[in-house]
Design a protein around this ligand. Structure first.
Ligand code: MN
Ligand code: MN
Length: 306
């Protein structure tokens, strides 16, 4: 039975591409391993895999009794429900250390960089394994996605250096154009059910015992969601009740204007002003310069709840 490598729930491009790349690397290092994902591909990941002719991983939701590697997460809440019954061999990630624990030593590559694929690309170098052209292409896209074309506060020099190397391998030279092409696909909302949009890039957090959900839509222009904003507001309110959460937020991030309109469903709206210094009006607030959930939203909220 082969080992499986997979990213977080509601898989994004990094979770999918890092799993594919790490499985490729580990296979070349002699392991019997396959990539998996905990849910269907989103439109951006579909576009990226098609562009470079790479097959999507199988959807797997139960991992009890299996050997696994985690990529792009180390939080139980973002892992499969039976993760505690799996045998975790290693973690490759770029988030704050989560609450996953193991019974024996593990291989751990958690770096403060903009994307898991930056770490995986560095692992290829460390193990002196050549990166295939198609894998270089999808890792490049994952880094452009996670770092919002190098604009995110999470982007580091390592991410840029790795991208330069990957673009040489896959032959994509105009990274800005490639990034915008990808974000246009990601921005498309037409014909997508409202709840699917809320869940497109959504994560639950346990903040000192309080449930907090934060979703994000990265858009090339905020006006794309003008007609559906009211429905999005209603839906995060409904989601908050369904989950029994303290708060559910939806970040509408304008990647060209480099800021986020935060939609708020909360038992205590005043936490938003306390965390970000701007008072919300009508259950929303514009946060200039805020683009990263991981670095600019979640830590400030966690501080408030602790
Ligand atoms: Mn991710
Ligand atoms: Mn990531």
């Amino acid at each position: 039975m082969s080992t499986l490598v997979f990213g977080h729930k509601n898989p994004d491009t990094d979770s999918v591409c890092a799993a594919i790349a790490l499985a490729d690397l580990k296979k070349k290092l002699g392991e019997d391993i396959a990539p998996a994902m905990q849910g269907e591909l989103n439109p951006e990941s579909t576009f990226v895999l098609e562009k470079f002719g790479v097959a999507g991983p199988d959807v797997v939701t139960s991992f009890a009794g299996k050997d696994v590697y985690l990529v792009d997460h180390s939080d139980l809440a973002q892992g499969p429900d039976d993760l505690d019954k799996a045998n975790i061999l290693g973690i490759v990630d770029h988030h704050k250390l989560g609450d996953v624990t193991t019974g024996q030593p593990l291989e751990c590559w958690i770096w403060p960089v903009g994307c898991t694929c930056t770490v995986v690309a560095s692992m290829y170098k460390y193990f002196d394994v050549e990166i295939p052209k198609d894998i270089a292409g999808i890792m490049l896209c994952a880094i452009l996605s996670d770092t919002v074309i190098f604009k995110s506060a999470t982007c580091t020099d390592s991410d840029k250096k790795v991208c330069a190397r990957l673009s040489e391998i896959c032959g994509e030279n105009d990274l800005e154009a490639l990034g915008i092409e990808m974000f246009k696909v990601k921005s498309a909302v037409e014909g997508t059910p409202i709840r699917d949009l809320v869940f497109r890039d959504y994560k639950d957090f346990n903040m000192s015992g309080k449930g907090v959900g934060v979703g994000q839509l990265e858009l090339v222009d905020l006006s794309i969601v003008d007609n559906i904003k009211e429905d999005l507001e209603k839906d995060i309110q409904a989601l908050k009740e369904e989950k029994g959460h303290h708060s559910v937020f939806l970040m509408l991030t304008d990647i060209m204007k480099e800021g986020t309109q935060l939609l708020i469903a909360s038992d205590d709206e005043s936490i938003v002003e306390k965390a970000f210094g701007v008072a919300p009006a009508d259950k929303k607030v514009w946060l200039p310069g805020i683009m990263s959930r991981k670095k600019q939203i979640v830590p400030d909220l966690e501080k408030l709840f602790s």
